[in-house]
Design a protein around this ligand. Structure first.
Ligand code: ASP
Ligand code: MG
Length: 401
């Protein structure tokens, strides 16, 4: 018995049948004597549909109005789920994000939670209600509606679990846990029973689309007992925690990220301060740079290449073109046909040979590496996009994870 937060994503609540299925999971948990708080996303593709509707009216709509619109998606699912639970004969109440006390900053479209006033939720729990809370929603200091960024309901759930010191936060999805690689792309991928917050954070950031990365950051910060489980099948999922049982596996997973573009600044003068000028320009516009490669200076010139997310590609190229002359660069190039393949695992910190094994697997498959970056628990390489599925499989199988 305890306090449990259960989160259900859009596909888990997409129609009446799924909603009743969720209602069953929730009421079963409640009937065992637990207090249950349920966080839900908008049904199915509702959020995407709302974005389309807005684009028809005004593609330049203000972010404030977009947030008003997007807030409606989660309101549909909280009320419908509450109705389903009422029908099963259990005490239930639905609350919007703002009723549940989610206070955020004013960064419309990608707001951060500043604080949660948990009083209302706690009162409802004390009354014996199952509490259904809209994920994704926040309220800023001017009482305007905000949203927490795509996929943000995971973060709503973890934040609520942290604020209430819940015993457990379960994220229900249509997969049965976190996998060593995307099972749709790598046949030998298998479910991971346990993973550390840091490893999960890397995988989430690298595009393993199971959890919103901010939810993992928050779970780590507040030591939330987090679990990813299937909403379709009743079986154990993946536990995410600080330390995991010692396993002999070095590598936890392999991930592919297609949201990358490589920009190269060619023929820069080989002088001090040049890299600073290039990157300060980008950081002033909040363009996040990932992998960076600078060539050795030759005949007084050098090249700098780096990656950015695809949405920042054009802006970065335009900025650099504006200063091309004053930087003394010859050319700005951009390549979008690339993918980033990464291996993640806390075990690699203390084990030499992990990188070479990855490179060997890629070499044997005749896949060219364009750039490399490493951290304590991650190695990423940039390769041609057309090789990316093959790369995932050969690297995955090289580590037999
Ligand atoms: N409905 C929102 C979205 O699709 C939030 C979420 O699903 O977590 O991005
Ligand atoms: Mg969604």
């Amino acid at each position: 018995m305890g306090l449990i937060v259960q989160k259900f994503g859009g596909s888990s609540v997409k129609n009446a049948e799924r909603l009743f299925h969720v209602a069953k999971i929730v009421t079963d948990t409640y009937a065992k004597g637990n207090s249950v708080i349920v966080v839900v996303s908008a049904q199915g593709d509702t959020t995407d549909d709302l974005l389309e509707k807005a684009a028809e009216i005004n593609p330049q709509a203000s972010k404030r109005e977009m947030d008003v619109l997007l807030n409606t998606g989660e309101m549909i699912s909280i009320s419908l789920l509450a109705m389903a639970i009422e029908k099963l004969g259990y005490p239930v109440i639905s609350l919007t994000g703002w009723q549940a006390g989610f206070l955020s900053d004013s960064n419309h479209g990608n707001a951060r939670i500043r604080r949660i006033n948990t009083e209302r939720v706690e009162n409802e729990i004390h009354k014996g209600n199952i509490v259904i809370v809209a994920g994704f929603q926040g309220l800023n200091r001017y009482d305007d509606l905000t949203t927490l960024g795509r996929g943000g309901s995971d973060t709503s759930a973890v934040a609520l679990a942290a604020a209430l010191s819940a015993d457990k936060c379960q994220i229900f999805t249509d997969v049965d846990g976190v996998y060593t690689a995307d099972p749709r792309l790598v046949k030998t991928a298998r479910k991971i029973d346990e993973i550390t917050y840091d490893e999960m954070l890397e995988l989430a950031t690298l595009g393993a689309q199971v959890l919103h990365n901010r939810s993992v950051e928050m779970a780590k910060k507040y030591s939330v007992n987090l679990e990813v489980v299937s909403s379709l099948e009743n079986k154990p999922g993946t536990q995410i925690k600080e330390v995991v049982k010692v396993e002999k596996m070095l590598i936890k997973g392999v991930a592919r990220d297609n949201d990358v573009a490589r920009i190269s600044v060619i023929g820069l003068p080989d002088q001090p301060g040049i890299a600073f000028r290039v990157f300060s320009l980008l950081s002033a516009k909040k363009i996040n740079v990932d992998i960076i490669l600078q060539s050795i200076g030759r005949e007084g010139t050098k090249d700098i290449s780096f990656t950015v997310s695809r949405s920042h590609r054009q802006q970065a190229v335009d900025l650099l073109n504006e200063v091309k002359e004053s930087l003394g660069a010859k050319e700005i190039l951009c390549d979008e046909n690339i993918s980033k393949i990464s291996i993640v695992g806390a075990g690699m910190q203390s084990n030499p040979g992990v990188a070479s094994k990855m490179f060997e697997a890629l070499g044997e498959a005749n896949i060219n590496i364009q750039m490399i970056s490493t951290s304590e628990i991650k190695i990423s390489v940039l390769i041609d996009r057309k090789d990316s599925e093959r790369a995932l499989s050969v690297v995955h199988d090289a580590f037999a994870i």
